[in-house]
Design a protein around this ligand. Structure first.
Ligand SMILES: CC(C)(COP(=O)(O)OP(=O)(O)OC[C@H]1O[C@@H](n2cnc3c(N)ncnc32)[C@H](O)[C@@H]1OP(=O)(O)O)[C@@H](O)C(=O)NCCC(=O)NCCS
Length: 182
């Protein structure tokens, strides 16, 4: 059971089944802004039953120490989502994030990614956390930069969305360089 993380007006916590409608609404309201960069939007809009099934899968993944998928809330309002993904090897986690189109530039993505960096380093096996973004995604680039991640290189990844170039920028934070804990 992961406790909510509170940073100022932002609460970061795993999604609950009861969040399904609010999550669907937030995504629908943000689709034009998310489609250029988030491959999963190709399947949107999901039906409500599909959304609930997804949240059940996320809860199960958390239980078996798989990916950790969080909602970001300001009060009762869904302002975005973020996650820790096991897709870059056993000793590292990759952070992903998105923010509702009506709640941009309030520090939510960087606050959420900072909180998740701290969560990642509570896991003893994790030595590094990475953030990857398309080289054309300048808004996303500001997040690891603001948090003090180091830009460590580029990797090729076939473009999956309309705006992706196929070149991703990789940013990394090592455990020894991260000042904060969760
Ligand atoms: C990328 C995204 C998550 C940023 O969310 P956000 O909450 O607005 O970001 P923050 O407020 O934490 O911004 C952190 C820094 O990023 C930079 N930044 C954010 N948006 C920017 C923009 N539109 N243009 C230029 N720089 C931007 C700024 O340096 C900012 O710091 P500052 O506000 O102190 O100057 C949001 O734009 C989004 O959801 N984009 C679509 C989905 C996406 O691209 N996800 C990431 C995929 S890798």
């Amino acid at each position: 059971m992961i406790e909510p993380i509170v940073r100022g007006d932002l609460v970061i916590r795993p999604w609950h089944l009861e969040d399904a409608e609010a999550l669907s609404d937030a995504i629908e309201q943000s689709l034009d802004h998310l489609r250029p960069w988030m491959p999963w939007t190709a399947a949107e809009p999901l039906r409500i039953g599909e959304r609930r099934a997804l949240i059940i899968r996320w809860t199960e993944a958390q239980r078996i120490r798989g990916d950790l998928i969080f909602g970001m809330f300001a009060g009762d309002v869904v302002v975005g989502g973020c996650g820790l993904h096991h897709r870059i090897g056993p000793a590292a986690l990759e952070i992903g994030y998105w923010v509702h189109a009506a709640h941009l530039r309030r520090g939510y993505a960087s606050t959420g990614a900072g909180a998740l960096t701290s969560v990642a380093f509570t896991l003893p096996e994790i030595d590094a956390v990475e953030i990857h973004h398309d080289s054309a995604n300048k808004a996303s680039e500001g997040v690891p930069r603001k948090l003090g991640y180091a830009m460590v290189g580029e990797r090729l990844k076939p473009a999956e969305t309309p705006n992706e170039t196929g070149v991703q920028i990789v940013w990394r934070m090592h455990r020894t360089e991260w000042p904060d804990t969760a």
